[in-house]
Design a protein around this ligand. Structure first.
Ligand code: AN0
Ligand code: CP
Length: 324
């Protein structure tokens, strides 16, 4: 595997899930695989889970790890080609990338969407420069449009908490947030749920339609309460305007977020579900995305979900190591 962005990069999902369960039983099973191999993790943005879980995954596989926070101590990097660099930026990504590639065997990249230029973000410009110029396999640790390590961990979590014969009803719900957030998490969640054996429904206010390359022909229900009826899993996330139905509003919070507070996931919505499990990728703003009572309830899966990030990262790194 030379690049990990989308669900198809992992091959058959059932096989990947079986591998995840095996690793969960014995996380050091493949500890010899990464011997004398180095992972470089590059963060253009903050992280708690991705940083710790991916580092732990590399340790499970016996790898060495280097972490670089680009905005803390490195030279400020220009990412766009053709710019006259007479401002703040001391170095261009086009030199920095091959240099970084020379010190490692695999590169993980966290680089969020800028949320101003839709074409730039949706072309995965920064991530693809790493693929093109590093000479190393590269994987997404949340890029401009996707967060596949999260979606894989989410799918593992759903599988672990579902034992009935029928397909579970999984609802992805938009929830309010004061600041503009990327679409990477809902994009990947939608993409992975469509590939999995679940009954998938998305609910959000008008204007927040997700990009068709991820959401496909999934059912969209604008009435949140109706979407929640009979749900087995509720996955909450805020995202800014994807610019699909409102191109001029790409990356914006539509209207005043106070007007959308009824979308906060509370006991009111959970009451019409099929005793649903609550999920969120974290970090989460309490009483904005979800109430204290829902996130603290025994039906909340946010902690096991985060714990499964170690498992999804171990499977992905193992797959990449096997092709080195
Ligand atoms: C990020 C986002 O919404 O994409 C990271 C989530 C894993 N969240 C924030 O910036 C708060
Ligand atoms: N869920 C997730 O990716 O969290 P971090 O932003 O803390 O890594």
């Amino acid at each position: 595997m030379q690049s990990f962005l989308n669900v198809k990069d992992l091959g058959p999902l059932d096989q990947a899930l079986a591998e995840a369960m095996e690793i969960k039983e014995e996380r050091f099973r493949h500890v010899g695989l990464g011997r004398n191999k180095t992972l470089l993790m590059i963060f253009f943005n903050n992280s708690l889970r991705t940083r710790l879980s991916t580092q732990k995954a590399a340790m499970n596989l016996g790898m060495n790890v280097i972490v670089l926070d680009v905005n803390q101590g490195a030279w400020k990097l220009e990412t766009e080609r053709g710019v006259v660099m007479d401002g703040d930026m001391s170095e261009h990504l086009l030199e920095a990338i091959p240099v970084m590639g020379s010190y490692c065997d695999i590169i993980g990249v966290r680089s969020f969407a800028g949320l101003t230029d839709r074409d730039y973000d949706y072309a995965e410009t920064v991530y693809n420069q790493f693929v093109r110029y590093s000479g190393r396999p590269v994987f997404a640790m949340e890029t401009a449009t996707v967060h596949p390590l999260q979606a894989f961990a989410d799918l593992i979590t759903i599988r672990e908490h579902w034992s009935e014969e029928r397909r579970p009803k999984v609802v992805l719900t938009w929830a309010p947030h004061p600041k503009a957030l990327p679409q990477a998490v809902p994009n990947s969640f939608a993409e992975w749920m469509r590939a999995a054996d679940v009954d998938f429904v998305v609910t959000h206010p008008e204007g927040y339609e997700l990009d068709p390359q991820f959401v496909g022909d999934a059912r969209v229900e604008y009435d949140q309460m109706r979407a929640f009826e009979g749900a087995d899993f509720v996955y909450a996330k805020n995202w800014s305007c994807p610019g699909v139905t409102r191109p001029g509003d790409y990356g914006r919070v539509l209207g005043d977020y106070h007007d959308y507070l009824p979308w906060t996931v509370s006991d009111r919505q959970m009451a019409v579900t099929h005793d649903a499990r609550f999920m969120h990728c974290l970090p989460v703003r309490r009483n904005m995305i979800v109430t204290d009572s829902v996130i603290e309830s025994p039906r909340s899966l946010v902690i096991p979900e985060a714990a499964n990030r170690e498992i999804s990262a171990t499977v992905v790194l193992k797959r990449i190591l096997e092709t080195l």
